[in-house]
Design a protein around this ligand. Structure first.
Ligand code: FES
Length: 170
């Protein structure tokens, strides 16, 4: 799972991400991914810092500067399932709630997931081990129902497999 690096300096993490990928509109996602990777989520302050750096990129004339609002960056961070705008547990479980998965056993899996983890959507357990989220179609409907644990995709998941799957994550 993503490393939580709260002790790292937020400004330098954001600065490194912007410098590494470049202050261009088509690099917003890689920049946000980088911040997410370092922190485990994207703090609101990181979005404000990223916007400042994108606007004031050195060597850019006012016409070349990337103008982006905090709202746009936040919208991107909220839209992509790989990015998290709230602090999460060490592992993020994302359950596909779209219709094709729903009719292939998703409803039963969702119930079992909530029971097994003792969590509802958006919650993190008190030990900070798992966060449970729902997500829209992940593009692999043929193997539904589907869930992600961090970057690991699980297809054709049955409730009876959950204990084994979660035992792989500390
Ligand atoms: S509907 Fe679940 S992966 Fe497409």
């Amino acid at each position: 799972m993503l490393k939580i690096a709260e002790e790292k300096d937020l400004v330098s993490i954001v600065k490194n991400a912007v410098e590494k990928h470049g202050a261009q509109a088509d690099e917003f996602i890689p920049i946000l991914l980088e911040i997410n990777h370092e922190y485990g989520y994207i703090p609101g302050e990181a979005i404000r810092q990223a916007r400042k750096l994108l606007h004031g990129a050195p060597g850019k004339s006012p016409e070349e500067r990337v103008l982006v609002s905090e709202g746009q960056l936040y919208g991107l961070a909220s839209f992509y399932h790989m990015l998290h705008t709230e602090k999460t547990g060490r592992h993020v479980v994302q359950f596909c709630e779209s219709a094709p998965c729903h009719v292939q056993g998703g409803r039963e899996l969702w119930k079992a997931l909530q029971q097994t983890l003792e969590l509802k959507a958006g919650e993190t357990d008190p030990q900070g081990r798992f966060t449970l989220k729902t997500v829209s179609c992940l593009g692999v409907c043929g193997v539904g129902p589907v869930m992600l644990v961090d970057d690991d995709l699980y297809g054709n998941v049955g409730p009876e497999q959950l204990a084994d799957i979660f035992a792989r994550y500390e």
